[in-house]
Design a protein. Sequence first.
Length: 259
Amino acid sequence: MPFIDSHAHLTSDDFSDDEIETILQAASLAGVEKIVNICTDKKSLERAVHLKERFPQIYLTGSTTPHDVEKEGEAFFPIFEQAAKDGQLVAIGETGLDYYYEHSNRKVQLEFARRYFTLALENKLPIVIHCREAFADLISLIDQEFPQFGKTLPGILHCFTGTLEEAKSLLERGWYISLSGIVTFKKSVALQEVASYVPLDHLLIETDSPYLAPQSKRGKRNEPSYLPETGRFIAQLKGIDVQEVAKATWNNTQTAFSL
């Protein structure tokens, strides 16, 4: 059973155009047959559009990240708005809230999260959320303004690193939880508890390439071909065969993004 990498940044500056074909060949050999590529600015979106023309197994999402909205939000929102209207995107994101680093003012983060939720709603697209130490505000935003997500439109919490209670609050609202290589780290005991708890029908897995390589590759640039290690680790936590994880996350990602 193949895998889908539900979140990678193949068109970030960490990857050159010359090496993408080799990276994708390695992914295919590892059983990773589809990749959802996250675009975060004009350059990464333009590269991704050309990349998808060459490699149809790549799908695109887009928004400015919460880290960058204060500096770049206004400049790039119209670009992602047009891409959504033109049918280039399978989802909006990664948008959201990050109060851990708080590179952008919290009010500005909330403003753009709201705008991107609205854009996803208007275009009937899923939303991909980055959230760190901001779950109270995220849940409030969903419940008060965007309850459609998790019900009639998919909501995906990417690279989840919150608590079990925060995971439960999202699962109760019908959201998908996506786990990255962080779950394989030796000290990620609390996150491993979350991975054990999340039902297979609400689980996605991702690399977040080029970041967060799993334990055996830790310190290296992450690539989609490393995804199966995360799948195997989660299968061990759950006491099931890795093929069950592969099948569930494949089906969930296909469904969530309408691939």
